[in-house]
Design a protein. Structure first.
Length: 386
């Protein structure tokens, strides 16, 4: 048999040399003994005809009322993802839902029949994750199941939503504490600035994009925002950066793909003032492109002038840190360092929140609560001087 197509959890279509026909197969549940229930379709004419028969069966089994009695949750979710999510959400959002499904549902309650799942089953799943995952991760598992079950109720495949009544863990009962936020020290960022210049002069231009490390440090942009940033959105005269796009890597049909999307939230559309160091780094990036005769629409580009891949960017930064004996703390740490330094210099929460592109100040306060508390202590101590 010559396998032609394999769709994750949604059936397979392949050509059988021995039978001289296209065959489509799908597992649509298990019998009372746990044995897989398989349905097959064939076509002597074409792959398209076999695929059509398979899709029609899935439609009846996974959406129709009769099929819901035998439908396995894994199959139902996969159909929901393809039918209802994929057409209406960004590729990155769809990808995140798939990751949640694969990591938290497929191998836990995913094998159960849709009709047999109740609130107790969902609660047990949530409780089992309490000691292994952070609250935000658990909330994503709950959110995905809740959206799927809501649709099932709307389609009358379920009479009630099993997520109704489920209690999520609180910060007091969750044993997985949020990862402590790291920052780059003044000494480390000073060393980076020196290394940016040294790498260009003494190391055969192997770190051509290194000025963008200092640019991130001085703008607080997300990596995806930097990689999607075009020169047309950089106003050097008025010293402003307009964040209008975001770049992310998603996994589609087993392959990684770089996509340019709209910013993360409405608040992510923002204008960031360019300070002295950011301006110097932008001009340095321009100069380096001119020296290497690279013409690009992007502020940070590869040697062909195309947008930089995020994995390659992280790899290069990690190598940069290793070469110059600087502790690698990740790209996102630039953003945290940017915000932390603003707070320590007395900038208020609403202003920092707007510069970061957070949808509300509560998000900013929650992330940087330890620094805000630190500033409160300093403020109280000043009273001793009055």
């Amino acid at each position: 048999m010559n396998k032609e197509k394999r769709v994750n959890g949604q059936g397979a279509v392949f050509y059988s040399e021995s039978n001289k026909k296209w065959i489509a197969k799908i597992q649509y549940g298990t019998d009372n003994s746990g044995k897989p229930m398989i349905k097959s379709f064939t076509s002597k004419k074409s792959k398209a005809e076999a695929t059509k028969k398979l899709e029609e069966f899935k439609r009846k089994m996974l959406i129709g009322n009769n099929g819901s009695n035998r439908s396995v949750l894994n199959d139902y979710i996969l159909n929901w993802l393809e039918t209802y999510q994929k057409p209406k959400v960004k590729a990155t959002t769809f990808h995140r839902d798939v990751v949640v499904f694969e990591n938290h549902i497929r191998y836990t309650i995913g094998h159960m029949k849709l009709k047999d799942i109740n609130t107790k089953n969902v609660q047990q799943l949530i409780n089992s994750e309490k000691d292994r995952y952070a609250i935000k991760t658990i909330e994503k598992t709950y959110s995905l199941l809740n959206r799927v079950f809501k649709r099932a109720v709307q389609l009358k495949d379920l009479s009630i939503n099993p997520c109704d009544g489920v209690a999520l863990p609180s910060v007091h009962t969750n044993l997985v504490q949020p990862k402590e936020m790291e920052e780059y020290t003044i000494e480390e960022t000073d060393a980076m600035e020196a290394a940016v210049r040294d790498s260009w002069v003494n190391h055969s231009k192997i770190y051509r994009a290194s000025p963008s490390y200092i640019l991130l440090l001085n703008t607080g942009m997300r990596l995806g925002e930097l990689l999607a940033l075009r020169w047309k959105n950089v106003d050097l005269r008025n010293k402003l950066i307009k964040v209008r796009k975001n770049q992310e890597t998603v996994k589609t049909d087993g392959k990684r793909k770089t996509v340019t999307t709209l910013p993360k939230t409405k608040s992510s559309y923002r204008t960031i003032p360019i300070n002295k160091k950011a301006y110097e780094m932008l001009m340095e990036l321009k100069r380096r492109n001119e020296e290497t005769k690279i013409r690009s629409l992007y502020v940070v580009s590869n040697l062909k002038g195309d947008s930089f891949n995020d994995n390659n960017y992280r790899r290069d930064f990690k190598r940069f840190c290793k070469r110059y004996n600087i502790e690698y703390k990740g790209i996102h740490t630039f953003r945290h360092t940017f915000a932390s330094r603003l707070f320590r210099n007395g900038i208020d929460v609403p202003t920092v929140s707007k510069l970061l592109g957070h949808s509300n100040t509560a998000i900013t306060e929650n992330i940087y609560i330890h620094i805000l508390e630190e500033q409160k202590v300093k403020a109280i101590k000043l009273l001793d001087c009055i």
